[in-house]
Design a protein around this ligand. Structure first.
Ligand code: ZN
Length: 404
């Protein structure tokens, strides 16, 4: 399912329906009901969990993120989270990460009869991570399927979501981990194509190890809200994040980042967001680890010469394949990819939104060329300065070189 395709409805609608059935049981005489329906959503990051809590609350569904911060907070205020969850009176949906799902607390919750009588579903969001992270970065992703199968009642619905799970061996591996075999489950594959997004690929003109990326200036100065995804936290720290209208966000962090998401939504001066990828590749690499080969799908996109959207749709088998694998011009896409736009001589202009009164933001400009000596490290700089002084001294004493 495409990002923004309505995942929160999948968590919320079953709860809303069961709550309605519990309120009016006589209207649904032949259907199983739950007095206080419960859902477990396994989330890979705190940022995503916080988002689900926010979205569920909009549907008037109390939800809770069971994570390190909330557990610590509960200890301080002497709240017993295990009791609150299994007594089902505070929340309908609880988000938990794979590491905490392994805690004794969740074994106690899942064994509690009242909770078992009301559990409706167990869901894994971003399920592709079972393959990507379960291998070695966060191995407890592989524990999610056994927990659902072994500890929840057999009547519990098990489902999993992803915007970027490739068909074939990746999908089979995830299904196997969750215990979804043969014809005992349904696989719904909707298109992951985003019709409101233009895919542009630009080769870097500057070294990736540098501090200045002039190619970003056009985007940064467009006065539109922007998110810059960086591969590692180190990349973010090297960026121009100290300027006041940029904020750093990392989805593996929690409470501070909720405020940053709010600022991006509501603060006209917060124009840009630097996001560090929560990809396992951004984790510190051990010396013994070898560099992984580039994924085949990435290679296909990086080497594409005709249409990026067509090749991506082919990789994810986005339906309907007969049109989704056409190039942007033939398929009539509103926002053609950079290959198609160049071939078709199309340039897109996005108008800048007006600032609120009193808000003025400085433009990003290319910094003046640095003194080549000043950019050298300290020891080398001192050596160069000394040589420069000695050379000037010689000129003063002997005149310019070459004269006799
Ligand atoms: Zn295209």
């Amino acid at each position: 399912m495409v990002t923004g395709g309505g995942k929160s409805a999948i968590f919320s609608v079953p709860i809303l329906i069961l709550r309605e059935m519990a309120r009016n049981p006589r209207l649904y005489p032949d259907l199983p009901t739950r007095a206080l329906p419960q859902g477990i959503v396994v989330m890979p990051t705190k940022g995503l969990a916080a988002n689900i809590v926010l979205e569920s609350n909009k549907f008037d569904i109390p939800a809770f993120a069971y994570c390190h911060e909330s557990i610590t907070e509960a200890r301080k205020t002497r709240r017993n989270l295990v009791n609150e969850i299994r007594e089902r009176k505070t929340w309908n949906v609880v988000c938990v990460d794979p590491e905490h799902l392994r805690d004794k607390a969740w074994r106690e919750i899942a064994a509690y009869e009242l909770y078992r009588a009301n559990i409706l579903y167990g869901c894994v969001d971003e399920v592709r991570l079972i393959n990507q992270w379960g291998a070695n970065f966060r191995p407890l992703f592989r524990y999610v399927g056994p927990f659902f199968r072994g500890r929840l009642p057999s009547s519990t619905s098990i489902f999993a979501l992803s915007a970027t799970l490739q068909p074939g061996s990746a999908t089979k591996s995830v299904c196997r981990s969750l215990g979804l075999f043969g014809n005992d489950f349904f696989l719904f594959r909707s298109s992951s194509q985003r019709h409101n997004t233009q895919f542009i690929m630009e080769p870097l003109q500057n070294g990736v190890g540098g501090r200045i990326f002039p190619q970003l200036f056009d985007y940064l100065n467009s006065r539109r809200k922007a998110v810059i995804h960086c591969r590692t936290i180190d990349d973010v720290l090297r960026g121009p994040h100290r300027l006041r209208h940029l904020k750093m966000y990392h989805s593996l962090r929690s409470s501070a980042d909720k405020e940053i998401l709010r600022l991006v939504d509501e603060d006209p001066e917060c124009q840009k967001q630097l996001a560090a990828s929560s990809n396992p590749d951004s984790a510190p690499r051990k010396r013994s680890e070898t560099v992984k080969p580039l994924e085949h799908a990435k290679t296909l996109v990086l080497t594409e010469k005709v249409c990026y959207n067509a090749v991506i749709n082919g990789i994810y088998e986005n339906p309907p394949l007969d049109t989704s694998t056409l190039d942007c011009i033939a398929a009539g896409r509103r926002l053609p990819c950079s290959l198609c736009a160049t071939r078709n001589n199309t340039s897109l202009v996005f108008s800048a939104p007006a600032f609120s009164p009193g808000v003025e933001l400085p433009l990003f400009v290319h910094p003046p060329a640095a003194d080549p000596i000043a950019t050298l490290d300290k020891a080398l700089r001192l050596k160069k300065e000394r040589e420069h002084a000695e050379s000037a001294e010689r000129v003063r004493e002997n005149g310019p070189p070459g004269r006799t």
